[in-house]
Design a binder for this molecule. Structure first.
Ligand code: B12
Ligand code: SF4
Length: 444
């Protein structure tokens, strides 16, 4: 049996001592990837604990925790924006416990394993999914090279995520994570994910990273994207378990794209009714694209009847130029039509959109004005703007990197600790954009 400490270095969009007072997804949500790893490790008899940096007061408390837990293995998950705190957490642990084996995993180490190892903070970098291979690594690290691919699991066979590595889990699920002023969700609310990966290739998004993260090896030995979901019965069983154990009344489905397979969604809806979950008042929220919403008007209506209260829509922009630059495959008209369909079915709209995007012709404030106008017309219950982040691994990252457009990138900081509303790209008038900020509280 190995003693494993998992680290959530979520200091990029959250902070030390985040607490629950300021409701935001970044402060409240757990990390399903770590919970899945914990479930898989515990199923093989390993002892697992968690250092979620947001719940601590600073590095001093983190070091005390590491000393107290005295783990043999430390597994650090990492999004690109978390590179700096993730490396720091591993380095500090190594200083305190020279024999500890440190492992980096998640989307950033999947794309850039050598960069992670070069920091000297990690003994191993694991690429891809960890449920099968991480437990094997902690059982016999000598069998593994410095970086290696994890084996893709059968999603119906892996243990459900072990959410209780968050010792504050029961408090966490009773905090409304969205902070929407005109609307609130029935609590407790749990997070669930069905599908892994997304078949689209929007250029601002780390789709290519996900195509590396969720992969399998074909019979001819080629590594290919492996986008897949769970069976309807497996998802329903997880909901029932969450109701029985924690009394949840709602769930957030974290799929990139919930309506990837409309037939699966239809079956899921049927099962929600058949199992009595709809009658018992179970509610849910998830995400989809505008073009998919437009193609599935009737299905959206059925989703509403089955308890869907809110849909997060990645409108991204209402400027044709920007939508094209982003390769989103959606028009401003589809964005507006999607909002109409959702309103018709009484589903609240959460608008995700991006401002401050210079293209090869520079930054044009008209694009952002068009976006804000379009979003206002869409009448969302929640406005969720972000200033454009050139995410490493995304299709557009090289354009901004090679044209030296990324602010503060000289030290290769990987945009660490940069919040959604911080300046990221040169040539954008962020003061002008701040004046354009619309929040739902304005309308409350
Ligand atoms: C839910 C979600 C969020 C939620 C919650 C985040 C969270 N705490 O999980 C919220 C809304 C807060 C969020 C915010 C952001 N997100 Co987000 N998010 C997701 C999403 C849709 C699902 C994550 C998930 O649960 N996956 C399912 C689990 C099971 O998979 P997993 O996390 O990959 O874990 C597996 C493996 O990676 C591996 N693994 C993971 N960790 C470790 C550790 C070790 C030691 C090992 C061995 C293995 C291992 O094993 C796990 C099990 O198989 C992903 C896309 C995706 N499908 O993954 C984007 C994604 C992770 N987000 C992304 C981005 C860009 C952001 C934001 C920067 C967005 C923004 N501009 O505001 C912020 C930053 C937040 C932060 N602190 O990093 C990018 C990251 C790209 C990158 N290069 O890092 C992704 C990939 C989306 C995309 N395609 O662009 N996000
Ligand atoms: S933006 Fe959404 S639809 Fe496009 S690639 Fe990313 S997750 Fe998929």
């Amino acid at each position: 049996m190995a003693k494993v400490l998992l680290v959530n270095p979520a200091l990029a969009y959250s902070t030390w001592n985040a607490g629950f007072k300021q409701p935001s997804p970044d402060n409240i949500f757990i990390r399903l990837g770590l919970a899945y790893l914990a479930g898989a490790l515990k199923a093989r008899g390993h002892e697992v604990s968690l250092a979620d940096l947001r719940t601590l007061s600073g590095w001093e408390e983190y070091e005390e925790l590491v000393k107290r837990m005295s783990p043999e293995f430390i597994g650090v998950t990492m999004h690109s924006v978390e590179f700096t705190p993730a490396v720091e957490a591993a380095k500090r642990a190594k200083k305190l416990l020279p024999k500890v084996v440190t492992v980096a995993g998640g989307i950033h180490p999947t794309m850039f394993p050598e960069e992670c190892l070069e920091t000297g903070a990690f003994d191993y970098a694991m690429q891809g999914e960890g449920e099968i291979s991480f437990p094997l690594l902690v059982e016999d690290p000598s069998q593994f090279p410095k970086y290696f691919w994890g084996e893709a699991p059968d999603l119906d066979k892996v243990p459900f995520p072990d959410r209780e590595i968050w010792t504050d889990f029961k408090t966490r699920i009773n905090c409304e994570p969205f902070g929407i002023s005109q609307f609130s969700f029935p609590l407790p609310m749990a997070e669930i994910i069905n599908a892994r990966g997304c078949p689209y290739n929007c250029k601002f998004c780390c789709g290519p990273g996900e195509h590396q993260l969720y992969t399998k090896v074909t019979e001819s030995g080629k590594r290919v994207p492996y986008i897949r979901g769970r069976s309807v019965s497996n998802v329903i069983a997880e909901i029932e378990m969450l109701i029985e154990k924690y009394g949840i009344k709602s769930a957030m489905f974290h799929d990139d794209q919930f309506i990837m397979n409309p037939q699966w969604v239809s079956e899921f809806i049927k099962e929600l009714h058949k199992s009595g979950l709809v009658k018992r008042g179970f509610k849910w929220v998830t995400s989809s694209r505008a073009d998919i919403i437009c193609r599935n008007d009737e299905l959206i209506g059925k989703m509403a009847d089955a308890g869907l209260l809110l849909l997060i829509v990645g409108f991204e922009s209402f400027s044709p130029r920007i939508l094209q630059w982003f390769g989103k495959g959606v028009t401003p008209e589809q964005n507006s039509r999607a909002a109409e369909i959702l309103h018709k079915h009484n589903i609240k709209v959460w608008a995700n959109y991006i401002l401050g995007i210079p293209t090869d012709t520079g930054w044009h404030k008209e694009d952002d004005l068009m976006t804000v106008e379009g979003v206002l017309r869409a009448d969302p219950v929640h406005f969720s703007p972000a200033f454009y982040t050139p995410v490493p691994g995304s299709g557009l990252y090289d354009f901004y990197k090679s044209n030296r457009l990324i602010i503060g990138d000289e030290g290769n900081e990987r945009l660490s600790n940069r919040g959604a509303m911080d300046a990221k790209v040169k040539g954008v008038d962020y003061e002008f954009l701040k004046a354009l900020m619309v929040t739902d509280t304005i309308f409350a």
